[in-house]
Write a protein of this length. Structure first.
Length: 671
């Protein structure tokens, strides 16, 4: 029976009203109806359900009615809970179960021959082994399964103890100079380094475990001891922010090397050549590495036009790479290249479909080097023990979260007092009544604002007078010291509400209240501005010069011409557009940046915080068990952003619900 257009429109609206499906799929449905005019409403509704689950990161859905009903009803329950509509759950469950029971049997190549294939790639969808895929994602899955076996094909060769000792002493001698403590590599780091000389590796570990440090020293030894000095070196990450951070980390690691400690002039000459090669290596996004061409909607480097075999690739923040981009990257890498993939298996998966790093770590174990010991915070510190407990399968020990009452705590404590090296945890128990909780949270935010943000305006004005290095450094340290990390964008505990509260408090003059931005305001890029080498997630602070407001950001460049060379523009020079540099800081006239690409950043989402670290964090988690954004990966990512004090606004039931809920995505990748 042909699809009833009104029925389909109403169904799509039901999902859309719950923010359960992105609008673009409505246009896709129109195309599908043109391809298969006799498709029924129920079959299209099942395809809508697939699209909604695809938006969540799944690349496929089961064609078993019972399994699909269970998966969908669990998602819908979370959405109802989020909107306060749980009373209608029973009726909605029956409604969706009826649609799936009628529509799913029609999802077959016999009943929908123009839409669904079994065994070829020429239809929009494909069914394989009991799962329905959009063909685009099925191709990516097959490609990853094939390519990873070719690229990561070495077996684990355990390094000898004498090799580890010799390497340990080598880097101790190379880094211990002029009052600097020598770099002491841990056993697991030495093992990864030595394995990487002969193997392609996936190096995984949490914050502070030294993934980038290990790969930097690995590259150092690789260029020194293997015949690869003529190899091209590519550093890439899924976002510009992550790429910049990797380059900055490598530069900091190289700065610790004392080439004068190398005994002979011949060895020193070679070491200087390696240093120059590593120091000059540029990082980029994966899209830029592959040379994306908007006119063809494809990449210059691909399966037919791969990089040269004499290439070394370092891919950072791999947990953030979705399945189609991962597939495109692996297809462009030749079988003989050297590859090092870095990522944290416990962080949030990619925003788009897939969870490729997790699949690789679980199923390609021979190519995995795991780093477990963090130098950011000790496993025995308060936050280290809480982090570990949140990853375990047993119930959370209440003592590890240090629950306290805000009214008692505020009498004897101050947010600005951050004990050095202690990594304390404090969890404020929210009030039970919503009205009381609103007052309590507003007071907590105001106190946080007074401790960390109120002085930024005066500091920014002082630094703006002469842009003196010490003042800029002090301003940047203050601006980077603390963040409020929210799971949600909207609602009482959402980014938008909290940023509005802080901005309203800080805009103390009528003039500031009427301006788009005020001096001392923290801002974050929400969209790439590639022509300026600014990327989604880059943060900065507003300063003034000659009556104009600028966004001050920190970039790892030697001079502005390097930035110009990296920028994707043939337009006027950056200097001609008013962009200028002071040391490692760049200043962008705010009028150059589209308003829709910037937002206030006193509070940021936990997703946006990935890869960052702050001396003090305040974590706000949803308070309803079953909430889509209350899960283990959210909680882990949030609390591991700390480099000092961790504050959590949640009760025991909320933290326990987060610990016991793990994001699981259906990908059906088999290795």
């Amino acid at each position: 029976m042909k699809a009833d257009k009104k029925q389909l429109t109403d169904f799509f609206k039901k999902l859309s009203d719950m923010n359960c499906i992105t609008p673009v799929w409505e246009k896709v449905l129109e195309v599908l109806i043109q391809l298969e005019p006799d498709v029924s409403f129920e079959a299209l509704a099942v395809i809508c359900i697939y699209f909604s689950l695809l938006d969540d990161g799944n690349i496929c859905i089961p064609v078993s009615q019972g399994k699909l009903i269970d998966k969908w009803q669990k998602k819908w329950e979370g959405l109802l809970l989020q909107e306060g509509l749980l009373a209608q759950k029973a009726d909605d469950d029956k409604y969706f179960a009826d649609i799936i029971n009628k529509g799913l049997p029609q999802i077959s190549s016999t009943q929908l021959p123009n839409l669904i294939a079994e065994g070829n790639f020429f239809k929009p969808f494909i069914i394989d082994a009991g799962w329905l895929f959009a063909t685009k994602y099925y191709k990516a899955k097959i490609s990853i399964e094939t390519r990873i076996k070719l690229i990561m094909k070495h077996n684990t060769i355990k390094p000898l103890e004498e090799e580890k000792l010799a390497t340990l002493e080598y880097f101790k001698n190379l880094t211990g100079f002029e009052g600097h403590s020598p770099m002491t590599l841990k056993d697991e780091q030495l093992e990864a380094l030595l394995r990487g000389l002969d193997e392609n590796l996936i190096i995984t570990g949490g914050p502070g475990t030294g993934k980038t440090t290990v790969v930097c020293y690995l590259l150092w030894k690789l260029f020194l001891t293997k015949d690869v000095m003529d190899y091209s070196l590519y550093l890439a990450a899924p976002s510009g922010k992550a790429a910049d951070r990797m380059k900055e980390s490598i530069s900091e690691t190289l700065a610790r090397l004392n080439l004068n400690a190398i005994p002979t002039s011949q060895e020193r000459d070679k070491a200087q050549a390696v240093f120059a090669k590593l120091n000059s290596a540029q990082s980029s996004t994966i899209h830029r590495l592959l040379s994306f061409n908007p006119s063809t909607n494809g990449f210059r480097y691909n399966a037919e036009n791969q990089f040269d075999e004499k290439s070394i690739f370092v891919i950072d923040e791999a947990s953030m790479i979705d399945i189609t981009l991962f597939s495109a990257l692996l297809e462009a890498i030749p079988e003989g290249a050297r590859v090092f993939i870095l990522g944290d298996k416990d962080q949030l998966p990619s925003v788009q479909a897939g969870a490729v790093l997790g699949e690789l770590l679980a199923k390609k174990t021979n190519s995995v080097a795991e780093l477990k010991q963090s130098s950011r915070f000790n496993d025995n510190s308060d936050v280290g023990r809480l982090k570990k407990a949140m990853q375990e399968e047993k119930a959370l020990d209440k003592e590890l979260a240090f629950f306290t009452q805000w009214d008692n705590w505020k009498l004897t404590h101050n947010f600005s007092d951050i004990p050095q090296g202690a990594f304390p945890v404090t969890s404020f128990v929210p009030e039970k009544k919503y009205s009381d909780r609103t007052v309590q949270l507003e007071e907590i935010i105001n106190t946080w604002n007074q401790a960390f943000y109120e002085n930024l305006t005066s500091q920014a004005l002082a630094a703006s007078q002469d842009f003196e290095k010490n003042k800029l450094d002090s301003l940047w340290q203050s601006a980077s010291k603390a963040r409020i990390l929210c799971a949600e964008r909207k609602g009482l505990q959402g980014v938008e509400s909290i940023n509005n509260q802080i901005c309203n408090s800080l805009k103390k003059t009528p003039q500031a209240a009427n301006e788009d931005y005020f001096t001392g305001q923290l801002l974050m890029l929400t969209k790439n501005q590639s022509i300026f080498c600014l990327y989604n997630g880059d943060s900065g602070i507003v300063v003034e010069k000659n009556g104009l407001k600028y966004l001050m950001v920190k970039k790892e460049i030697k001079n502005i011409s390097d930035l110009q060379n990296a920028a994707t523009t043939n337009d006027r020079s950056l200097a001609q557009q008013g962009i200028f540099q002071k040391g490692s800081y760049l200043f962008y006239p705010l009028h150059l940046l589209p308003k829709e690409s910037i937002e206030t950043a006193y509070a940021i989402t936990i997703h946006k915080s990935q890869g960052s670290g702050y001396k003090a964090i305040l974590v706000l988690l949803p308070d309803q068990p079953g909430h889509p954004l209350l899960n283990r990966q959210i909680a882990y990512t949030a609390i591991t952003r700390t480099e000092g004090a961790t504050y959590i606004y949640a009760d025991y039931d909320t933290l326990e619900a987060a610990r016991s809920t793990v994001i699981q995505r259906d990908t059906q990748i088999h290795l």
